[in-house]
Design a protein around this ligand. Structure first.
Ligand SMILES: [Zn+2]
Length: 357
């Protein structure tokens, strides 16, 4: 029953650290700031004189012919103009902030301008060598590809690649996932993924560096924390997508919980990255991914489906880890019960999805 009609294309980003010509990239990033600020000035002019606001296309026309003098590729200049218009529209602001020395470096390029050259890449007459940390699969390099610099001054090449999504697997092995604070996630098969609280572990070292005003050390620690967290999440999500064909996650809202006293824990665990990674890895490997409303999943008994009086209620009973259903007598672990309910909700919608095919 593997259905080929489900076969779609998806975009993946492959990121490589650049090891050559970073000086050139720094120079280009400064020139790009100049182009960006020029766009901002034109927008401010339009505001001042009550003229029509510039679209990306208008800005491209205004900057035509400047690329050679600035030492940039014309596609790059066009991309900056278009991105300026898009960012301004998305931010719903009349104009944007100027880019300056503190802005993170960014050099966009047209996907078709980047060519593979062994383990290196060729763009605008230059060969950029990279740390080829993973092979880049065959596929079309599309727009959105760019060079970017992080806070530590390292340059990365982000390649947006269009690859065919894997054919959909038969939804046999399913899992419901309850996201939480004590454990990052509880799976309906009973396993748990511990929240690492990496930030808390590094807090002391970070505080020492901050008091000593060691800017580079602080930046390095922040980068280290982010890398560790990302690595941990990737390991977990890859394992889940490998082990299950359909994955159901509750739509728990981090921003609502972040306003309570648990704020630091909420920002630390990274539910949104966890869900985003599951979603794209599921598509990549042909698994099903679903987000369901998780309202009352902690209160319904997963055994008999009732909402018994003995259930844990709301925030007040957040500390209750185990409870007994007074209707059927089943003893529940709070998070596991929620995960089972989430899986059941997913199954209901999944059945509808299969009938639609
Ligand atoms: Zn029950």
């Amino acid at each position: 029953m593997v259905d080929n009609r489900c076969r779609t294309w998806m975009k993946l980003v492959y990121r490589y650290r650049v090891k050559s010509l970073t000086g050139l990239l720094n120079k280009q990033a400064r020139t790009i700031n100049f182009v960006w600020n020029y766009c901002n000035d034109r927008q401010k002019d339009a505001l001042r004189f009550g003229r029509r606001w510039h679209t990306g296309f208008d800005l491209i026309k205004l900057t035509t012919g400047c690329s050679k003098e600035l030492g940039l590729h014309s596609g790059t200049v066009n991309d900056v103009c278009q991105q300026y218009a898009r960012s301004r529209f998305q931010a719903r602001r009349p104009y944007l902030r100027y880019r300056g020395r503190k802005s993170l470096g960014w050099v966009p390029l047209k996907g078709r301008e980047l060519k593979r050259e062994g383990n290196a890449f060729r763009f605008a007459g230059n060969t950029f060598r990279v740390f080829y940390s993973r092979p880049l699969p065959e596929g079309k390099i599309t727009d959105g590809t760019n060079f970017s610099r992080d806070r530590r001054g390292n340059w990365f090449l982000n390649i947006v690649l269009e690859v065919p999504a894997a054919p959909a697997r038969l939804p046999v092995r399913g899992v419901g996932i309850d996201l939480g604070l004590k454990d990052l996630a509880t799976l309906s098969d009973g396993s748990r993924i511990a929240a690492t609280h990496i930030y808390r572990a590094s807090e002391a070292a970070l505080a020492v560096a901050q008091r000593a005003r060691k800017k580079k050390r602080v930046a390095a620690l922040h980068a280290q924390i982010a890398n560790r967290r990302r690595h941990y999440l990737h390991t977990c999500t890859s394992a889940i997508v490998g082990a299950f064909d359909y994955i159901v996650v509750g739509n728990i809202n981090a921003s609502a919980l972040a306003k309570t006293s648990m704020a630091k824990s909420v920002y630390d665990v990274g539910w949104s990255s966890f869900r985003a990674q599951l979603a794209y890895k599921a598509v990549k490997h042909g698994a099903w991914f679903e987000e369901v409303n998780e309202g009352f999943t902690t209160q319904i008994c997963s055994n008999c489906g009732a909402v018994p009086d003995s259930r844990p209620k709301g925030i007040a009973d957040l500390g209750i880890r185990e409870w007994r259903c007074c209707d059927c007598g089943a003893v529940h672990d709070r998070d596991l019960n929620a995960a089972l309910n989430i899986l059941r909700r997913g199954r209901a919608t999944l059945a509808v999805g299969i009938l639609d095919l």
